[in-house]
Design a protein. Sequence first.
Length: 385
Amino acid sequence: MSDARTARAESIRALSIPAELLPGDGRFGSGPSRIRDAQMEVLAGLGRSVMGTSHRQPPVKQLVSRIRSGLAEMFALPEGYEVVLGNGGSTAFWDVAALGLVRSRAQHLVFGEFSQKFATETTAAPHLAEPDIVRAESGSLPAPVGREGVDVYAWPHNETSTGVMAPIRRPQGAGADQLVLIDATSAAGGVAVDVSETDAYYFAPQKAFASEGGLWIALLSPAAIERAQRLEAGTDRWVPSFLSLTSAIDNSRKDQTLNTPAVATLVLLAEQIEWMNQQGGLAWADARTRATSSMLYDWAARRPEITPFVADPAARSQVVVTLDIDEAIDATAVASVLRGHGVVDIEPYRKLGRNQIRVGTFPAVGEQDVAALIAVLDHVLDRSN
Ligand SMILES: *Cc1c(COP(=O)(O)O)cnc(C)c1O
């Protein structure tokens, strides 16, 4: 680091940001992300009636039922699709899918850390053939390649580590026996989608759904359900009970999970789904995240020291905005002075290793707070030269 850059970083860290510029809520993380106060109030209010009670009894089963029907409404669930859930978050679902959905060979689009993680699982799985990996550099977007012998196409709707968003369309020429599995962890609930273009649209609730981690949810097509039933009935692989998709399907149909869920996660999730549906559902959420993310991209266009990391405007995420900062200004110092004032989690994905800020613009984050964040960043950058 040059002496000038170091000295500048020190003076950035020492800046004081006027209280009147600060956002009402300073949480801008890309997950875990902001939970609205109203959700926390409901959680506190449920006190003794739900928290600390059995998940095999109506109060908790009703929460699961509200989640399943609320998601069916939000995603206009196509005929025959089911909302299935289980414990372990999206990371667990990769293993569930490697056992219960990939028959022999998957094609993965890999363009960041999260898409790489699922590809790593199917590469290591002894019962599967070497996957077909279509790679693109961080910050850009690869396209699926229709290919025979592939029985699953897998990619993330939004690559949270880079802020690249992908179209959700079945690859050209894809056959009925080729399933499309979409990791929608950071996109689901914040970006419009036609679920009929997918066979498993899966996610965890700590991002656009403003809840806690530890749960996975998958919108499954009839073809995916049938694939899981066939694979798990076969003898070529051992499927641990905890990773059994058919067991999760059976439990979900009864508004249950295989083992004990975190009840607070269910409460916060049910509240957020219903709030979003009341606001106007997925179309509303999509419009809101487009508006808030555009504010940041427009701001970047006005500031010479800021450049969107994703060069292609069409691939820029509307829920995770990644902005590179001129090397002369230390982005960690910027994130750090904001953190000192209660504006948190705008650090970039650690392994990406860029001089960057990353802002989560999920549906719980309103325009007023994004405007305030921009004012705070202007205040800091105007004093960084
Ligand atoms: C956060 C995230 C994950 C990991 O989710 P966990 O619930 O922590 O396992 C996976 N994929 C994407 C795209 C994510 O953003």
